[in-house]
Design a protein around this ligand. Structure first.
Ligand SMILES: NC(=O)c1ccc[n+]([C@@H]2O[C@H](COP(=O)([O-])OP(=O)(O)OC[C@H]3O[C@@H](n4cnc5c(N)ncnc54)[C@H](O)[C@@H]3O)[C@@H](O)[C@H]2O)c1
Length: 246
């Protein structure tokens, strides 16, 4: 049986990804630092929960020890993330570090610690970045920069780990109505996104999970170092001026 480890699995995109792997017959290890949310989510699925913070090296070592990876790790989904939108001048160093700790340090630490297990199974890594890592926009100095770094970190992982048969790819979701997004998206932002996205809507957790599942599967066996935007066409729209529409 193949094993997947999903971080930030207590809700949102991580929980949808957990469900997809389980449907496809995988064993899943769910990692999250929100103990009550993780316990509630784990009670609805047949997966192994580990309460831990991916940005703390000691927690990461415990995850590796408790995950039962003697048979190797076939898929690592670095999905745990935090969002914080604010202007550059109002983004204090503490806010900057809070975003970087989870979004960037967490991906680095988890992947590094799990290289032996990934090598053993010739596994796949999927890092979750964001359209905010592909295109700059206001208020995302920390979030967008952390996600752009995740894109480059993915390529770095692909290049260095390819010789072990380990693949690394990146999924950049467009907006999805999760707790993370709803904490920072006002109604004005939601309306503007609908307007700017060719498919005219937010994505669903399941639509993001489908792309993650594909990249972790053998169907993607020759794909590594790639960045896949799952965004309703947002990345493809160059000049989105309302005045240029019919
Ligand atoms: N929802 C969107 O619109 C959207 C868009 C683009 C990218 N993303 C990215 O998708 C990923 C999942 O986001 P979501 O919308 O499902 O968010 P969410 O807030 O619903 O879920 C994120 C989960 O990660 C957990 N988490 C956060 N920091 C952690 C840490 N340090 N250690 C362990 N667990 C931690 C949280 O407890 C939470 O359960 C994130 O990386 C996010 O940046 C989301």
């Amino acid at each position: 049986m193949k094993t997947a480890l999903v971080t930030g699995a207590a809700r949102g995109i991580g929980l949808a990804t957990t469900r997809l792997f389980l449907e496809e017959g995988w064993r899943v290890v769910m990692v999250d630092r929100d103990a009550p949310a993780l316990a509630e989510a784990a009670s609805t699925v047949k997966a192994q929960p580990i309460c831990a913070d991916v940005s703390i090296p000691e927690d990461v070592a415990r995850i590796v020890a408790e995950a039962g990876l003697e048979g190797g790790l076939h898929a690592l989904v670095n999905n745990a993330g935090v969002a914080d939108f604010g202007p550059i001048e109002a983004t204090g160093f503490d806010r900057w570090r809070t975003v970087m700790e989870t979004n960037l340090d967490g991906v680095f630490l988890m992947t590094q610690a799990l290289i032996p297990a990934l090598r053993a199974a010739k596994g796949a890594i999927v890092n979750i970045a964001s359209i905010s890592g592909l295109r700059a926009s206001t208020l995302r100095v920390a979030y967008g920069t952390s996600k752009a770094a995740v894109i480059q970190l993915t390529r770095q992982q692909a290049v260095e780990l390819g010789e072990y048969g380990v693949r690394a790819n990146c999924v950049c979701p467009g907006p999805v109505r999760t707790k993370l997004a709803m904490a920072v998206h006002t109604q004005d932002i939601i309306d503007a996104y609908h307007d700017a996205i060719p498919l005219n809507r937010y994505g669903s957790e399941r639509e993001i999970a489908e792309a993650i599942g594909f990249l972790c599967s053998d169907r993607a066996s020759y794909i590594t170092g790639q960045v896949l935007a799952v965004d309703g066409g947002f990345e493809a729209t160059g000049v989105g001026l309302p005045a240029l529409r019919q």
